[in-house]
Design a protein around this ligand. Structure first.
Ligand code: FRU
Length: 469
């Protein structure tokens, strides 16, 4: 056991999903079916390091309270790497029996020298799964992974986006039955290519003017904004064959710990995703004992039709409001206590003035453990090194996001949990997601406001009930 492990449960999140024990990384197989949000994930049931990949499983009725379930897809002749799942409503795959549509998962079967795409199906709402033995896409390549499949109504076919990591390419495939796939096109290399590409997603979003944008999201490792892993996106069009970017690549999250996000299939009326909250640069060494890896909060994804450039925004799902417990008014700023063993939510709003400056500092008995500053149209999160993070290369530092200049109001929405902070600014256009391993529990928040009328600075602090059973 390494030296950096400090305390058993000090860093166990109160409102973020973690399995009770062992290693977790990417979310997989996200699908909404039968009134349940299904969350599968890369899971090693034997230890808290990345090996022996299975698909672990959790379910929720509200995206807030998660119930860990039995492992769904165990490692067998290969490790079960990342992938996705769909409801095959019309039984195009032929896996269905009777009236219940099958759930079909498509994942990467990983061995030391080969990665290929395989299927598994479930006839009991995602509890037990049967492997379809033959691969559906095997190019005999060592790196070829992370299939995201979805139904594309306009071209009446299943689409798969899957990466060639080393080539920095996403390949798009089409299928009528989920078993036979035909190549449609290749996207890339383009954008950020300083690391291998992983975990693509492709989905449409309508902006507030009713215009549809397709979002292509691709993770990369390393080559992220701070040297470790990171995530980029493009907006553009998809015609059933090609994705054509109409913007250049932009960072999707300006923190260090948002990776492998995946959207839920079969959700109507909104688009929601969740990501693994870590960074491959130090994921193996995070100072938790017996478990390792947490999800971010689930977020709604949308596109804002901004004057110069349409921009992706992420907002915490409104269901999280059900966790709110005690309220404190933050008007004008000051010094506020936080409750130990609870997560907190902070909402702030103030006029965007040239001299306005807002600094939040989060203190434990050992000193400042985190600060969030908004000045000169920039959000800056500072995450200092602590006794728990000495082994985490690239942990301490500043994470910055530029705010759009057309806004007349600034807003911040922050979730602080036992080992993470998620900062949403400019209505979710700028998001900074960071793990946090404070030396001691954070007990106080100070809010310094300058260059503003104190009364024009409005805010709320909420203590949150725990979402874990
Ligand atoms: C991304 C990733 C995927 C792969 C999985 C293995 O974090 O590296 O490319 O399928 O994790 O656990």
């Amino acid at each position: 056991m390494s030296q950096n492990i400090v305390d058993r449960e000090q860093y166990r999140p109160h409102i973020h999903y973690t399995p009770a024990a062992n290693w977790m990384n990417d979310p997989n197989g996200l699908v909404y079916f039968g009134g349940l949000y299904h969350l599968y994930y890369q899971y090693n049931p034997y230890s808290s390091s990345h090996a022996n990949m299975h698909w672990g499983r959790a379910t929720s009725t509200d995206l807030v309270h998660w119930q860990e379930r039995e492992v769904a897809l165990p490692e067998h002749k290969h490790q079960v790497f990342s992938g996705s799942a769909v409801v095959d409503w019309h039984n195009t795959s032929g896996f269905g029996q009777g009236r219940q549509p099958p759930l079909v998962a498509c994942y990467t079967g990983h061995t030391a020298d080969n990665q290929a795409q395989f299927l598994a199906y479930s006839l009991d709402q995602g509890v037990t799964w049967t492997y379809h033995d033959e691969p559906v896409l095997d190019l005999g390549k060592q790196d070829f992974r992370d299939p995201k499949i979805f139904w594309h109504a306009a071209s009446a076919q299943w689409i798969m986006v899957v990466v060639h990591p080393v080539e920095r390419q996403v390949e798009l495939y089409g299928s009528g039955n989920l078993r036979e796939w035909t190549s449609l096109s290749i996207f890339g290399p383009v954008g950020f290519t300083g690391g291998i590409w992983e975990v693509p997603d492709l989905f449409p979003l309508e902006d507030e003017t009713g215009r549809t944008h397709w979002v292509m999201k691709v993770d990369l490792n390393p080559g992220g904004p701070y040297g470790g892993s990171g995530v980029q996106y493009w907006l553009g069009n998809f015609d059933g064959q090609n994705f054509t970017a109409t913007t250049s690549a932009r960072w999707l999250d300006h923190g260090n710990d948002f990776y492998a996000a995946l959207t839920w299939n079969d959700l109507t009326g909104r688009r929601v995703w969740i990501a693994w909250m870590s960074n491959w640069r130090y994921a193996h060494d995070v100072p938790t004992l017996g478990w390792r890896g947490a999800m971010t909060l689930p977020r709604e994804v949308c596109v804002c039709a901004d004057p110069d450039l349409p921009t992706l925004a992420q907002r915490p799902v409104p269901e999280l409001q059900a966790l709110r417990q005690h309220w404190t008014d933050l008007q004008g700023g000051g010094r506020f206590s936080l409750t130990e063993h609870q997560a907190h939510e902070v909402l702030l709003q103030w006029p965007a003035l040239p001299d306005g400056r807002v600094i939040l500092e989060f203190h434990s008995a050992s000193g400042c453990e985190l600060s969030v500053e908004v000045v000169l149209e920039e959000v800056v999160v500072r995450r200092p090194a602590t006794v728990s993070t000495t082994l985490l290369e690239g942990y301490s530092g500043e994470h910055r996001g530029k705010l759009p200049s057309h806004l007349t109001q600034h807003d911040l929405h922050i979730f602080l949990d036992a080992s993470s902070v998620e900062v949403f600014a400019a209505a979710g256009r700028i998001v900074i997601s960071d793990l946090l391993f404070p030396s001691e529990a954070i007990r106080e928040m100070t809010v310094h406001v300058s260059g503003l009328e104190p009364a024009s600075f409005q805010g709320e602090l909420w203590s949150l009930n725990s979402s874990t059973p």
